[in-house]
Design a protein around this ligand. Structure first.
Ligand SMILES: Nc1nc2c(c(=O)[nH]1)N[C@H]1C(S)=C(S)[C@@H](COP(=O)(O)O)O[C@H]1N2
Ligand SMILES: [Mo]
Length: 375
């Protein structure tokens, strides 16, 4: 619009029309229009897909804060700048020249289970399925950083996606940071393939970070810029988002690694509307997956049938950062039952029966509860 348009001049450019903190407070009861709108854009992994060691790409959960950015292979560049001796600008082919590795990694959204908390923070109201496990192929972040040569005063590495939007009134590109200790470990990847195929648009094509053992927010998609910085990163998703807080103004504790958790394939067949399960009374195997954070293995899974706990058998870990299969032979007795599962990891951490409530609904690793009618 030209400057001579009087209406354009009347729009205040210093304010924005979006929610500020004060209007986002935990709520109870029916889901809001905004929660439903978010839920229609994000995707859970259907729990029956827990049967696969690796989740087919189309069944893996997705979470995109903003729009999927329009990127083109021919002009795409990943830049490495800031406190480095040799700034880089890498085309996709340049990146492929570094040694390639494949890792099986379980990703879970830190907000998984938010919709099961009461009251719940108004945001994506995940139930159980913001989870998936994929074979990620890429190059080690540390190899790329070695080429750029970090300067001694680089205290953090910041990572920016090509996507951009507002949250709580603040405009920002999606960005996160890692401390050099983690960024330089051999585990963090700049991935270009998922289950052997180029990344799909919704999973970060052409390049994304994969930070094994951490909640999904660290694995920045559509990665276009890495900046080494000499001060702590102050991006929105680092300092405002992703904290365990007790109240709106609690400084809180940053969300980092995955909490120990397990899920089961809901047994039997579902009722379409309620999702309640119907099973026959024949003995059956109840199965699922369990995982924890930072590469710590799960050592025990228990299943409760109406508050009586039984041992399930757990597969030993084959991959440090991927979920482990478990199974339990159940002899169903006719009637209505509630099944729960609970994992314990090698550090002794175990799942709570009820969520550890926090303001933003992060890290809900409470035991899954499945209502079953045995006929
Ligand atoms: N650029 C960018 N990266 C992102 C996000 C995003 O919105 N933008 N979402 C993050 C969050 S919160 C999660 S849980 C994971 C989801 O990855 P997936 O959609 O491939 O499962 O991506 C992370 N990386
Ligand atoms: Mo997430």
């Amino acid at each position: 619009m030209s400057d001579s348009n009087p209406k354009a001049a009347a729009i205040p450019l210093t304010r924005n029309p979006f929610h500020c903190k004060e209007s986002r407070i935990p709520i109870e009861g029916a889901f809001t229009r905004e929660e439903v709108q978010l839920a229609l854009r994000q995707v859970e992994m259907p729990l029956e897909a827990l049967r696969y060691d690796t989740t087919p790409v189309g069944l893996h959960y997705t979470l995109n804060h903003f729009d999927i950015p329009a990127l083109e292979a021919s002009c795409y560049r990943l830049t490495v700048s800031g406190r480095v001796r040799r700034p880089l600008s890498l085309a996709i082919d340049d990146l492929l020249r570094f040694p390639q590795v494949t890792q099986r990694v379980t990703l879970e959204c830190a907000g998984n289970g938010r919709g099961l908390m009461t009251p719940r923070y108004p945001s994506m109201p995940w139930m159980y399925g913001a989870i998936g496990t994929a074979e990620w192929t890429g190059v080690r972040l540390r190899d790329v950083l070695a080429e750029a040569e970090l300067l001694p005063d680089a205290v953090e590495l910041s990572f920016y996606g090509a996507d951009r939007g507002f949250d709580n009134g603040v405009e920002h590109p999606y960005g996160r940071s890692l401390k050099p200790e983690l960024a330089l470990s051999e585990d963090v990847l700049i991935a270009f393939a998922m289950n052997g195929a180029p990344l799909s648009a919704q999973h970060g094509w052409p390049l994304r970070l994969v930070v094994p053992g951490w909640y999904g927010m660290a694995s920045v998609k559509w990665l276009v810029r890495i900046e080494a910085i000499d001060r702590p990163f102050d991006g929105y998703q680092q300092v405002v988002g992703y904290h365990y807080r007790n109240s709106a103004d609690d400084p809180g504790v940053p969300v980092t690694s995955l909490r120990v958790k397990s899920l089961m394939v809901p047994p039997g067949i579902p009722d379409w509307y309620t999702g309640t399960r119907i099973v026959d009374r024949d003995a059956m195997l109840v199965s699922g997956r369990a995982w924890s954070g930072n590469g710590v293995p799960v050592v025990r899974v228990e299943v409760a049938v109406d508050e009586d706990w039984y041992e399930a058998s757990v597969e030993p870990p084959s991959f440090r950062f991927a979920w482990q299969a478990w199974r339990f032979k159940w002899h169903p007795v006719p009637g209505e039952h509630e099944l729960l599962c609970r994992a314990t990891d090698a550090s002794g951490a175990t799942q709570p029966l009820a969520p550890h409530w926090n303001w933003n609904g992060m890290g809900n690793n409470a035991c899954q509860r499945v209502r079953v009618f045995v006929r």
